[in-house]
Design a protein around this ligand. Structure first.
Ligand SMILES: Nc1ncnc2c1ncn2[C@@H]1O[C@H](COP(=O)(O)OP(=O)(O)OP(=O)(O)O)[C@@H](O)[C@H]1O
Ligand SMILES: [Mg+2]
Length: 354
């Protein structure tokens, strides 16, 4: 069993100066070691800076490679990256305001040249799949440096904490086989959590677990642990307020984006590790209107990703509110949504994704 070193979780005055040191020198010098990856970014640790990780985002890296290959405007791309960086910084500050800075990992964002090394290549291949043109473009840059966005973040030893319980929604629509039982659980939870928001206590834990199986441990644990229930309820209440007031979801789709754990005094606590989401809820309005009005709708991959992430995040937060007897709900979705049969919604998301 991995023993967690909780001291690293505390605010460390050296963390931010370490971050800027790394930022100012060539990243290669720090011998990045692959720590993990999610759906969007590759995460590295640095042996000489044990309290931080570096996160390289796939999308800007691939964009930069494409601009280099096609002889596009590099200055324009960098200006875009800089503007995205300022947005991120601002969004992070807002997140810290709503959840408290003690619950949000410290993070800085930079636009620098990234070495395209074997770890980056292997991770990108795993994230977006072999054989894609973008992967072969990236391969041709192996050993070279490419402009991209990177962020430095406090290392979260909580990801190895044995008490850890993650709040991971996953995607209820992306099942290989949809059985009638699955479909009816999906319909009930979707109606109670996205359509009829005032029906307190109508979400069945078993239904929620069926369509969001990554929530199992959390749902089982809150049944008997009053203290954990209180901490989860606090998080859910803040998430509802944050989403309603900012029009942005908390990204609880991926593994370990939001983590509950016992601190050194054995009390439950939580951290937002990767909870920022870059698309506003308003970005799904057009998709919802089309699904409500047209017989068959094919969304673009970006529209589909935005819609399914938004719906899954809100469905899970509202379902947890329902189960935890919290009266507030995320109400920021377009009203046309509740005119769509849940099965139609599911079909539109699945067929657009494949
Ligand atoms: N600060 C950190 N300290 C230690 N490990 C981390 C840290 N941040 C992320 N990780 C590890 O790396 C993985 C991916 O990180 P992260 O969630 O930030 O990437 P992502 O690509 O944005 O994920 P997704 O889009 O799937 O949510 C996490 O699941 C976690 O295991
Ligand atoms: Mg993540």
């Amino acid at each position: 069993m991995i023993k967690s070193d909780m001291s690293n979780e505390k605010t460390n005055p050296n963390v931010l100066s370490n971050l800027s040191q790394v930022e100012n020198k060539r990243i290669q010098k720090y011998q990045p070691k692959l720590e993990g990856y999610g759906g969007r970014q590759v995460v590295f640790s640095f042996p000489d800076h044990p309290n931080i990780v570096g996160k390289v985002e796939m999308k800007p890296l691939l964009q930069a490679v494409e601009v280099a290959v096609t002889g596009g405007d590099e200055a324009e791309l960098r200006a875009q990256f800089e503007s995205d960086k300022r947005d991120r910084e601002q969004q992070l500050a807002v997140l810290q305001n709503y959840f408290g800075s003690e619950h949000v990992l410290k993070q800085t964002f930079s636009v620098i040249k990234i070495p395209v090394n074997a770890d980056i290549l292997a991770s990108v291949q795993k994230i977006i799949g072999d054989g894609s043109e973008r992967v072969s473009q990236l391969q041709s840059f192996e050993g070279e440096y490419v402009w991209s966005s990177i962020s430095f973040q406090e290392k979260a030893d909580v990801v190895h904490n044995p008490s850890k319980i993650t709040l991971t929604a996953g995607l209820a629509e992306l099942r290989p086989v949809v059985t009638p039982m699955y479909q009816s659980a999906y319909d009930r939870v979707t109606r109670a959590s996205l359509y009829n928001l005032n029906e307190q206590g109508t979400v069945q834990v078993a239904d929620l677990e069926k369509i969001h199986p990554f929530l199992s441990k959390l749902l089982e644990s809150i049944k008997n642990d009053e203290e954990l229930r209180t901490v989860v309820a606090e998080f859910v209440t803040r998430a509802i307020k944050y989403t309603n007031e900012t029009g942005t979801i908390v990204d609880i789709i991926g593994q370990d984006n939001v983590v509950f754990f016992r601190d050194e005094s054995n009390a439950w606590d939580y951290k937002l590790i990767d909870a920022l989401y870059d698309q506003p809820i308003s970005a799904v309005s057009n998709s919802i209107t089309r699904i409500a009005e047209q017989e068959q709708v094919t969304l673009s991959l970006a529209e589909d990703a935005s819609l399914r992430n938004t719906l899954n995040s809100i469905r899970v937060i509202n379902a947890l509110a329902n189960i935890l007897n919290i009266s507030a709900r995320i109400t920021a979705l377009p009203t046309a949504l509740s005119t769509i049969e849940p099965a139609t919604l599911m079909t539109a998301i699945i067929t657009s994704a494949y």
